[in-house]
Design a protein around this ligand. Structure first.
Ligand SMILES: [Zn+2]
Length: 207
């Protein structure tokens, strides 16, 4: 099973159903005085609106974050091969993995075939990076960090991770809770990881 990727697309899941209030009263005596007042808003309606607002807020937040990162790191370039760069990004996660009780780094594979949808993937055992789809240091870092979080899920959150397909069917790809977790993980560690790569002289700033 190929689960993951870091291609973010703005979309609202089509399964989100907004129900109309089910009962109304008329405050006027005739239909000419139509002050319609909903007296009952059922729980599903409130829940649907709540989910929609949370989903919209998350998508807006992720969109703004992507733009911010893109502007901030667009002038970074690599001093090393792509393979070495991926390796260094994975090495950066050493302490994170250790705190999760994981003693092995994930293995990775570079795919030189362009993928139609994904920039990277985690197949349950390996991180796969589609290098033809990844054109800059910033994106590569986000992709690898994202897939490392899937690796952690597979190692220490096994039960939840096994629900991946079910979540995808219910929430869609972008709002799959396991994907959101990976996205936020990559966002959280992007700056420290870039700093680490600078400190190791793996990447450099271009004028
Ligand atoms: Zn993913």
């Amino acid at each position: 099973m190929v689960f993951s990727c870091a291609a973010h697309k703005l979309r609202i899941p089509c399964h989100t159903i907004i129900r109309e209030p089910t009962q109304f009263i008329f405050s006027g005596d005739t239909l000419n005085d139509l002050s319609i007042i909903p007296v009952q808003t059922d729980f599903v309606t409130v829940l649907s609106y709540g989910i929609l607002i949370i989903a919209f807020s998350y998508l807006l937040y992720s969109f703004i974050s992507d733009i911010r990162s893109l502007l901030k790191y667009r002038r970074c370039s690599s001093n090393v091969s792509t393979s070495r760069l991926i390796q260094e990004i994975i090495l950066f996660t050493n302490d994170i993995l250790w705190k999760e009780g994981i003693s092995h780094f994930p293995i990775y594979k570079i795919s030189y075939y362009p993928h139609k949808k994904y920039l990277g993937a985690f197949d349950g055992k390996r991180i796969i990076v589609y290098v033809k789809n990844v054109t800059d240091v910033h994106t590569l870092t986000v992709v690898v960090l994202h897939e490392v979080r899937h690796y952690i899920q597979s190692q220490v959150e096994v039960k939840n991770y096994s629900r991946y397909e079910r979540y995808s069917k219910t929430y869609g790809y972008v709002l799959n809770p396991l994907e959101i977790q990976c996205y936020l993980f990559a966002l959280k560690w992007l700056d420290p990881c870039i700093e680490y790569l600078f400190s190791r002289n793996v990447i450099k700033k271009c004028a």
